[in-house]
Design a protein around this ligand. Structure first.
Ligand code: NI
Length: 395
């Protein structure tokens, strides 16, 4: 009975393209997804789902209830970015300075398509599918907000699936990989404090600018000298602020950055290694170095069983040649927080196609996608849910 998802998803193509273009024309920033969530909620209601709105502020949850049985969740993010679109497409953003430059319009469309595909089937299969339309992925907050509003309870999903488009994977193919797919994301803030004074009299001051320079250089050795070369890790500083005038030594300098890893033990040890370098390097120049470390997101870890079901779904929808095993990314995704509550699989949906200019990376003002991927995305989410329900029922 699940063999015709492929044909049915293909038949939905036109509808999915229209939906995606409408969402693309009207992008909304994180926690401002009012129009988008309204469209999603209306569609879910039309399909007979029980709908909860304002979950995690602007999120929507739709429950398609079949008979007694397990619960599988499908998650899509909905937010856009503060980017001025430059694609020149006929359906380009009509909101100045806001653009679906990460393709979350694609994800929302695919999950809506999956809901269309599953709505007519649920009564025959036993089990329910929970659709999680998440806000604010771009600011790493939406999943957290939905979780504190109980998105993974009542009913609790037994397995969760989601996807992100990927412009480096050709349209027609899907990246499926067990284990680590996307890195953990942590935020650091470093303060180097000295004693301000006149720039002409440095011997009477303690210069936090010179102290910061030493700290920045020393930080480069944490990954290169302290981390196992077999384990990916990144420490990058993104801001540095200090001082008010060319001839004044400031009291302090503040820097912020990001830390990425895949391995839980390594992640746990990064804070201590960074703190040692920050405090002692600053102290060596007479300054006080302080590190604030915030654990934001765990890595996206694809569960072996969920991934095996997901791979089968991709083979059914895109053919065996549609499966690619991708190289993991040091980028992060708050889908990881849902995977802490239930085993899950996150796909990378290929949307690349040089012939139509779909070559630009995420967050580029030129980002675009091959829309022939939309029915594949909808199909693999629906098919994964069906396979997972059967598996969880022990069939
Ligand atoms: Ni994204």
């Amino acid at each position: 009975m699940s063999t015709n998802i492929r044909e049915e998803s293909l038949a939905l193509s036109e509808k999915l393209v229209a939906l995606r273009r409408d969402l693309h024309r009207h992008p909304e920033l994180s926690y401002k997804e009012f129009r988008t969530s309204g469209i999603v909620a209306a569609l879910l209601r039309e399909l007979g789902a029980e709908v909860r709105e304002n979950v995690g502020r602007t999120g929507v949850v739709g429950l398609l209830r079949g008979g007694e049985g397990p619960v599988v969740a499908i998650r899509a993010d909905m937010d856009a970015l503060p980017v001025l679109e430059q694609t020149g497409l006929p359906f380009a953003s009509e909101t100045e300075g806001v653009m679906h430059a990460c393709g979350h319009d694609i994800h929302t469309t695919c999950a809506c398509g999956a809901a269309m595909l599953l709505a007519s089937r649920l009564h025959t299969i036993g089990g329910s599918v929970k659709f999680i339309f998440q806000p604010a992925e771009e600011i790493n907050d939406g999943a957290k907000a939905m979780l504190s509003d109980g998105v993974m309870d009542n009913p609790k999903p037994d397995m969760v699936f989601g996807l992100h488009n990927h412009p480096e994977i050709p349209a027609g193919k899907v990246g499926v990989k067990e284990g680590g797919l996307m890195a953990s994301v942590d935020t650091i803030r470093i303060t180097v404090t000295g004693k301000g004074g006149h720039g002409a009299l440095p011997h009477r001051d303690i210069d936090p600018i010179a102290g910061s320079a030493a700290v920045i250089s020393a930080l480069q050795t944490v990954v290169s000298r302290n981390v196992d070369p077999q384990q990916p890790a990144v420490v990058s500083l993104g801001t540095i602020h200090g001082g008010t005038a060319n001839n004044v030594i400031p009291d302090s300098v503040e820097m912020t950055g990001t830390v990425r890893t895949f391995n839980a033990d390594l992640r746990a040890s990064m804070e201590g290694m960074l703190r040692r370098v920050v405090e002692n390097t600053a102290a060596g120049l007479g300054c006080k170095g302080e590190l604030f470390y915030r654990y934001d997101l765990p890595p996206v870890m694809n569960d072996p069983q969920a991934t095996a079901l997901g791979r089968r779904a991709v083979e059914a929808i895109a053919g065996p040649e549609g499966v690619v095993v991708p190289v993991p990314s040091m980028g992060g995704e708050d889908f990881a927080l849902l995977q802490e509550k239930a085993p899950g699989c996150f796909f990378w949906l290929g949307v690349g196609n040089p012939e139509i200019g779909a070559v630009h990376p995420w967050h580029s003002p030129l980002f675009t996608a091959d829309e022939s991927s939309l029915h594949i995305g909808a199909g693999i989410l629906a098919q994964s849910a069906l396979y997972a329900l059967h598996y969880l029922r022990g069939e």
